[in-house]
Design a binder for this molecule. Structure first.
Ligand SMILES: [Zn+2]
Ligand SMILES: [Zn+2]
Length: 204
């Protein structure tokens, strides 16, 4: 009798077989050869297969629940299985927006799409001038976030303490975003919109 305690777990030794068994238990109508080919084509190296096998061995329902957890290869596998006729597998939904987008990013242990990742990043890094987190359009010369209403007006100007940016902007039709239809954002005339801003900067 062999000592099973020294044997590696099956997901390490036979990741392809482990994944194929889980898939075929869910989708028995699929041709085993096609399933094996699909699994093999997922990655060139064995390590992603091992991670996928370990995940699915512990949580096979990730293939059918739409839960956005586990490695990105779960989504890749589901997509590939659908192309060969799988009916029961369900693509995971973004943990933030619920859409079946590609989910390359993680928020904790939940997978999210690129758009939601961008939104989340902006929320932690709001516009330096107005504090708004939506419509972050770029960064000023000090690397601080700026919304589309508050671009960095001059990258070459002194950064001394005399140059203090106003922390709040009075509402005016000229600073509304989005711009009136027919007026592209980059055509907004900063100097004309904010004469007070220029007069507040030394040397203007
Ligand atoms: Zn999303
Ligand atoms: Zn702003």
């Amino acid at each position: 009798m062999s000592d099973t305690s020294t044997e590696p777990p099956r997901f390490l030794a036979e990741p392809f077989a482990v994944i194929a068994e889980i898939v075929l238990a869910l989708e028995p109508e699929l041709a085993p050869d096609a399933v094996r080919e699909t699994i093999t084509a997922l990655a060139k190296l064995k390590s992603p297969h091992r991670r996928l096998a370990e995940t699915l061995a512990g949580a096979p329902e990730l293939l059918t629940s739409g839960r956005p957890e586990g490695p990105a290869s779960v989504q890749k596998l589901i997509r590939a299985l659908q192309t060969i006729g799988a009916k029961r597998v369900v693509l995971p939904r973004c943990a933030h927006c619920g859409k079946q987008h590609n989910l390359p990013h993680l928020d904790g242990d939940q997978r999210i799409c690129a758009y939601c990742r961008m939104k989340k990043a902006a929320q932690g890094d709001p516009c330096e001038v107005c504090g708004r987190a939506d419509y972050i359009a770029g960064r000023d010369h000090l690397g601080r976030a700026r919304c589309a209403d508050h671009p960095d007006t001059d990258r070459t100007r002194s950064t001394s303490s005399e140059t203090t940016w106003p922390r709040s902007i009075p509402a005016s039709p000229a600073t509304k975003w989005p711009p009136p239809s027919g007026q592209p954002a980059n055509d907004l005339n900063i100097t004309a919109s904010w004469p007070w801003l220029w007069s507040a900067i030394p040397g203007c």
